[in-house]
Structure formats: structure tokens, C-alpha cells
Design a protein. Sequence first.
Length: 97
Amino acid sequence: RKDASPLVNGTDIKLSTKYAHFIMQQMQRCVFSDADRLGKRKDFQAGFAGLACRHCFGGYGSGRFFPSSIKTLSDTSKTLNVLYAHLLRCRKCPVEV
């Protein structure tokens, strides 16, 4: 959904780097569903909170991410870098992003 409420707002920039803030602006909330049960994610509960690319969310192969712990979420190599790599490959992400 392109109209989903943003994960971050203008005042959040004081709490993070510009890079992290920008990446999170490209994401929106999503929830884990039974259709997401693949590989390491097979044990997640339906409704588990995640992040989705706001540009391709809802389409086949959309960028959906489900960090499984605070440690994973706080590790930039497992979150921000993965989200950034997705944005570079995302066919629906505008060129200006």
C-alpha cells in the first residue's frame, strides 16, 4: 500500500543517521502470513511484524523482511544493508531514490 503510514518522520532524523532514516523512509509495515513460510522463516507466527519495500509491496517477489530479534534488527549488515541492496534491485523503486 502506497498510502501506509510512514515508519519514520522528520523528527526521527535526530535519532539516527541520515542513511538509516532515508532507508527506513522507503519501508512500510507488513505482517507475516502463511504464504511467507519459507526456509528459516517457517516457525514464525502469522501476524509477526516486518518491514516491506513501499515501492513493490504487494507484488510477486516483493521485498519483505522479518528481523527475528532485536540483535538482528540492530545489526546494520542484517537490516539496513539488506534493505539498501533490495532498493538497488527493486524494479519499482524510482530512479531518484
